[in-house]
Design a protein. Structure first.
Length: 100
C-alpha cells in the first residue's frame, strides 16, 4: 500500500483551491503594475524594483535603497496616471525600501 502523499501540478492545485487562485491573481496584477513602473525609470533601477502587496486598492512598490525610493516618490503622480491608462488603477502607491 502506497501512503506517500499524492502530488499534483501547481495549476491544478490553484484551480482546486480558491484561496490559491486568488493569491495567484493578485500576484499577477502586482507584477503587471511593476512592469509599467519599470518603464518610467532608468533600466538599471527598473531591474532592481520589486512588486509588493496589492491590498484594498493600495499597491506596494519595493525599492532597493532610499535614493531609489525618493526617485519613485517623485514619479508617483506619473505612475498613477500611467496605471490608470493601462486599466490597472490603484487608490494609492506605497514605496518601501527593501531590507538587505
Amino acid at each position: 500500500m502506497n501512503t506517500a502523499p499524492r502530488s499534483m501540478p501547481l495549476r491544478q492545485a490553484m484551480d482546486e483551491a480558491p484561496t490559491l487562485a486568488r493569491l495567484a491573481a493578485v500576484a499577477r496584477q502586482s507584477q503587471a503594475r511593476l512592469q509599467i513602473a519599470r518603464t518610467l525609470v532608468p533600466p538599471e533601477l527598473g531591474a532592481q524594483l520589486k512588486a509588493g502587496a496589492l491590498e484594498d486598492g493600495v499597491w506596494t512598490l519595493l525599492a532597493p535603497h532610499s535614493a531609489a525610493a525618493a526617485k519613485l516618490r517623485q514619479l508617483l503622480p506619473q505612475l498613477v496616471l500611467t496605471l490608470e491608462h493601462a486599466d490597472l488603477a490603484v487608490q494609492n502607491i506605497r514605496v518601501k525600501v527593501t531590507r538587505p
